[in-house]
Design a protein around this ligand. Structure first.
Ligand SMILES: Nc1ncnc2c1ncn2[C@@H]1O[C@H](COP(=O)(O)OP(=O)(O)OP(=O)(O)O)[C@@H](O)[C@H]1O
Ligand SMILES: [Mg+2]
Length: 339
């Protein structure tokens, strides 16, 4: 968890813009998105469905789907700007310095190779190990991700493992080359609740061991509160709030972050109030789809504090103690009324 001194940034995303080619011109998918992940720490990217979390992750990996492109801003990984890196350089970085785990490991694992072969392949490719050393490295990684009977599981095919075990294999592949940044996009949503907690614990343990920075995308605000040091909140393709997780989650500045947290009453009230899980609540209204986003603050149509000034897009501005928020009302005491 965050100490008093923040380490240098492993990843710095600066004014990132991603557009989708449309018939009437490019549509903004991400606009002016800025956040940083300190080395060895975890930043959680949160926001409702469709806000652009996965597109931000794919932009960092250089894996945007067809039709989408990163056309403004910088993505600095250990100082190197990935937004302008040639495809060959990105290929070399992916799987070594930079790696990613996805929501459904079955689609990311190759069904015709054993899990041992798939981990070993990464080690051969990126670390130039010979076959025997790569197999030994694969076994070590299976042990690291706490897969029982690792020596036997090395020769198992993905379909012979449970969902939780498959996700552990994905983590083993992602961490095999000791990446400096691991991106985890909803890494546990396909798993049952107990297994989810185990995977988050494993990520924390491995982070302590390897010092990798983690960019975590999750809808699970309880897990975010538990695992993240920093938070960035996305709304309709814009970054509305960033800062230390403990402060942002305890006292959000942006009305959207407040609304999002209000949907997670147990989190808002703290662990002491944890009783039976509440009904899943939703922020009233919906995220405007691409092409239907006005020129001003994206959240204004759903915001009870919106006024005429919100027709101008508020920039992400410092809001004290390592925090920033994009709202003209930040600092305004009327915000307390909706706390
Ligand atoms: N392959 C694609 N082609 C065109 N537009 C896309 C594509 N994938 C996503 N989008 C659009 O990009 C925007 C951001 O989507 P994204 O998948 O990043 O959301 P998200 O925050 O990850 O949502 P979720 O929480 O549901 O995963 C959405 O408006 C979505 O419709
Ligand atoms: Mg997504």
């Amino acid at each position: 968890m965050s100490g008093t001194t923040i380490p240098p940034l492993a990843l710095s995303v600066e004014h990132l813009g991603v557009t989708l080619a449309g018939r009437d011109g490019p549509l903004p998918v991400l606009e002016d998105v800025s956040f940083g992940v300190p080395a060895g720490r975890t930043l959680a990217l949160i926001g409702e469905s469709g806000c652009g979390k996965s597109m931000a992750a794919l932009a960092l990996m250089g894996l945007l789907p067809e039709g989408l492109r990163c056309d403004t801003g910088a993505i600095r990984l250990l100082g190197e700007d990935l937004a302008v890196a040639p495809p060959a350089r990105l290929r070399a970085l992916r799987g070594s310095t930079l790696s990613m785990i996805f929501q459904e490991p079955m689609t990311a694992l190759n069904p015709v190779f054993t899990v041992g072969e798939q981990i070993a392949e990464t080690l051969r490719l990126h670390q130039g190990l010979d076959a025997a050393a790569a197999r030994a490295g694969a076994l070590e990684m299976l042990r690291k991700v706490e897969i029982p009977a690792a020596a036997q599981r090395l020769d198992a095919y993905p379909h012979q493992l449970s969902g939780g075990m498959r996700q552990r294999v994905m983590i083993a592949i992602a961490l095999a080359c000791r990446p400096r940044l691991l991106i985890a996009d909803e890494p546990t949503t396909a798993l049952d609740v107990t297994v989810q907690a185990q995977i988050f614990d494993l990520l924390k343990t491995l982070q302590r061991e390897t010092g990798t920075a983690i960019l975590l995308i999750s809808h699970d605000l309880h897990a975010v509160a538990d695992i993240a040091d920093e938070v960035a909140v996305l709304y309709a393709g814009t970054c509305v709030e960033t800062g230390p997780a403990s402060r942002v989650l305890a006292a959000p500045e942006h009305p959207y972050t407040r609304a999002l947290l209000a949907c997670s009453p147990r989190l808002r009230l703290g662990a002491a109030a944890a009783g039976p899980a509440p009904d899943l609540l939703e922020v009233p209204g919906m995220v405007p789809p691409l092409g239907q986003r006005g020129p001003g603050c994206r959240f204004a149509p759903r915001c009870e504090l919106a006024g005429a000034d919100c027709n101008h897009p508020p920039p992400l501005r410092p809001a004290g103690a390592g925090r920033a928020a994009a709202c003209w009302r930040v600092g305004d005491t009327t915000l307390e009324a909706v706390a």
